[in-house]
Design a protein. Structure first.
Ligand SMILES: *Cc1c(COP(=O)(O)O)cnc(C)c1O
Length: 409
């Protein structure tokens, strides 16, 4: 454990890495060390080719006929079925559509409908902002719904809670929630549970188990591109019963009959609202194939090894910086990024980016390093930590203006 690692040791890890062949299958910006695949995944070459094909051939040549000929109309279900394989769901329990925010709105509303008499949406005080905002917006619309924020979720699940809405991985600390346990706790009190998988699907194997609902985003670990479609999961046992308020024609039982009134499609398709964003969906469709080919078990194994390596190198080479690791070291309870706290976190992030090392920053003082095994080499971890040590030695420790800059952000 105390052995001092060298760059050669890291290169040896790359040479033995079964996932190394995936690296050149992504477009890799020259000279950049990218640790932000947890915010925006890299572009797979296959997605690039696929979008051009959809653009030139399917749209350019096929025009309206591509809805059927190129299968555009089935894209939400087809892409949903691929995502289902990543999250332990059945193919027809997931649909790709809209944004995570919109899907939260739809499924929280569906959950309230399924629990008449209960008027509380329970979520974590530290949940991702949009998850709280969307619940608040829904509560405001309905008038008689309370959004209850808690620190200790388990203790806060009472018999008036209709839906417990939680993030699987905490976007700040990277702490991983115990999905099976919290799902059981919600059900024990008669509440439904909705999981936001934005920081876990594509990063680690997810087993939704008895969960009722889930949502997640397409542009982070799924590499679907900026503004990629998100997805919605509804457990099969609710398919005959759930309704959602954004009842558009794509979720209608017979969209092309143009009936005067809404009749929900059977199954997960009723979670759809309007026309899918086809070009964006084709990028996500192609990107998912890489994750499926690599397999989530192997991805998770490498991510854990890479996070361990990073943390160890930071300890060995950057001890004097005083970075405080917020993420648990225990493999079983962390997601796929490491969060470090530092009073000059903003300045450090800016200095790293100036040297083309790309982590991200969450105010007031958290630097996040994302680990995406299909796009990250072990030597890149070495090189990033080397840059961090250099920045501290050469620039930051004697620059009071950095501290001030951090204070105003
Ligand atoms: C990234 C993220 C979102 C994103 O929501 P969009 O509506 O797709 O912008 C939502 N929830 C969590 C937990 C996230 O990490």
């Amino acid at each position: 454990m105390t052995k001092t690692l060298s760059r050669e040791d890291c290169a040896a890890l790359d040479a033995a890495d079964p996932l190394a062949p995936f690296l050149p299958r992504f477009r890799r910006p020259r000279g950049a060390l990218y640790f932000d695949g947890n915010s925006l995944g890299m572009l797979p070459w296959a997605a690039s080719r696929r979008v051009v094909e959809a653009l030139e051939k399917e749209w350019g040549e096929g025009l309206i006929e591509s809805w059927t000929e190129a299968g555009w109309i089935q894209l939400p279900e087809r892409v949903g079925a691929k995502i289902a394989r990543l999250i332990g769901a059945e193919a027809d329990e997931v649909i790709a559509t809209d944004s995570t925010s919109i899907n939260l709105f739809k499924l929280l509303a569906a959950g309230l409908k399924l629990r008449p008499g209960r008027r509380v949406i329970l979520t974590e005080a530290g949940n991702f902002p949009t998850d709280i905002y969307m619940a608040e917006g829904l509560a405001q619309l309905l008038g008689d719904v309370e959004v209850r924020l808690a620190e200790d979720i388990r203790a806060a699940i009472t018999y008036d809670v209709a839906v417990v809405a939680l993030s699987h991985v905490d976007y700040r600390s990277s702490a991983l929630a115990d999905m099976a346990d919290l799902t059981a706790a919600a059900h024990a009190k008669g509440a439904l549970i909705l999981w936001d998988l934005s920081h876990s699907a594509g990063a680690l194997p997810v087993a939704l188990g008895e969960a009722d609902f889930a949502v997640g985003c397409g542009y982070k670990f799924l590499n679907g591109g900026p503004g990629a479609p998100a997805y919605a999961f509804v457990a099969k046992r609710w398919h005959h019963q759930f309704v959602q308020p954004l009842a558009g024609w794509m979720g209608h039982a017979a969209p092309f009959e143009f009936e005067a009134h809404y009749r929900p499609a059977p199954g997960i398709k009723r979670a759809l609202s309007g026309t899918p964003s086809v070009l964006a969906m084709t990028a996500l469709d192609a990107a998912l194939d890489l994750l499926l080919e690599a397999g989530m078990e192997r991805i998770r194994l490498k991510a854990q090894a890479q996070m361990d390596l990073f943390a160890r190198l930071v300890e060995q080479r950057c001890a004097e910086i005083g970075l405080e690791l917020l993420t648990p070291r225990d493999h079983a309870v962390r997601g796929s990024h490491l969060a470090y706290r530092h009073p000059q976190g903003y300045a450090l992030t800016q200095a790293l980016r100036a040297r083309r090392v790309v982590p991200d920053f969450r105010a007031p003082d958290i630097i996040r390093f994302g680990f995406t095994p299909l796009t990250l080499a072990y030597v890149e971890i070495w090189d990033a930590v080397e840059q961090l040590a250099t920045i501290w030695r050469e620039e930051l420790w004697r620059e009071p203006r950095f501290a001030m800059k951090a204070a105003v952000t």
